[in-house]
Design a protein. Structure first.
Length: 241
């Protein structure tokens, strides 16, 4: 589904010195597979997602469903079935829940029957959004805003979903609900790249995990094994080395 090989992204600091945000990152994800991308602040996780989505230019090779992404704009990647749910959710606060969702179906706006079916599917998955469909987005709670951001992405019929810190700022009960919903997207055959600082929740949800440190992959393996790796336990799960 998605293949990333030798991805590198370098910025310049105020003094003009190079800062390597992402260095030589490589991975693949199959259809319906959840990859957890873990690491501390500044590890390069968000930069990695932005490069895959085409929001940042980067060196290396990326392909989606066998198609080279090198010369494709963000809009082309969305049309292919890639969708990003950013860390800050980026909702339209002065618009209703229903209208925010409708924007997610923009590419398929002429297919009214399919859009209606997508609304029904999203509201089935997020009953709370159905209750608040006429409510303005900026009046929602943090958990509801995250649900809306996820629902908006699903309106576009994604085949690859890039999630950036979906648990950020949410209460533990809401975090569990959000990750339960993320795990359930496997049923749709959606591949998911899950960037998350909540390592325990991410590894419990993911099939395979990668730990990024200083822009490089420091550890990788099946999520169930990383959960018991002493280095992951010591650094990310609150245990002792």
């Amino acid at each position: 589904m998605i293949e990333v090989a030798g991805l590198c992204k370098t910025f310049r600091d105020p003094a003009g010195r190079p800062v390597h945000a992402v260095q030589g990152v490589s991975f693949t994800a199959q259809a319906g597979e959840v990859l957890g991308l873990l690491g501390p602040n500044g590890a390069g996780k968000t930069t990695l997602l932005a490069a895959i989505m085409g929001l940042l230019q980067a060196n290396g090779r990326m392909s989606f469903d066998g198609r080279d992404l090198a010369r494709l704009e963000v809009e082309d990647r969305v049309a292919m079935g890639m969708s990003l749910v950013p860390e800050k959710r980026e909702l339209f606060g002065e618009m209703t829940v229903q209208d925010n969702l409708l924007l997610g179906a923009f590419l398929h706006r002429r297919d009214h029957d399919a859009t209606r079916q997508r609304f029904e599917a999203v509201y089935d998955r997020f009953p709370r959004l159905a209750e608040r469909r006429r409510q303005l987005a900026n009046t929602l709670s943090g958990g509801e805003r995250q649900m809306l951001a996820l629902g908006r992405a699903l309106m576009g019929r994604p085949r690859l979903l890039l999630l950036d810190e979906p648990s950020l700022g949410l209460a533990p009960l809401i975090v569990r609900e959000i990750f339960r919903i993320v795990a359930s997207l496997r049923e749709l055959g959606v591949s998911i790249l899950l960037v998350e600082q909540n390592a325990r929740a991410a590894l419990e949800t993911a099939d395979f995990g990668y730990v990024l440190e200083n822009g490089e992959i420091a550890l990788s393996g099946p999520a169930s094994e990383l959960m018991h790796d002493h280095r992951v336990v010591a650094s990310y799960l609150g245990g002792s080395a």
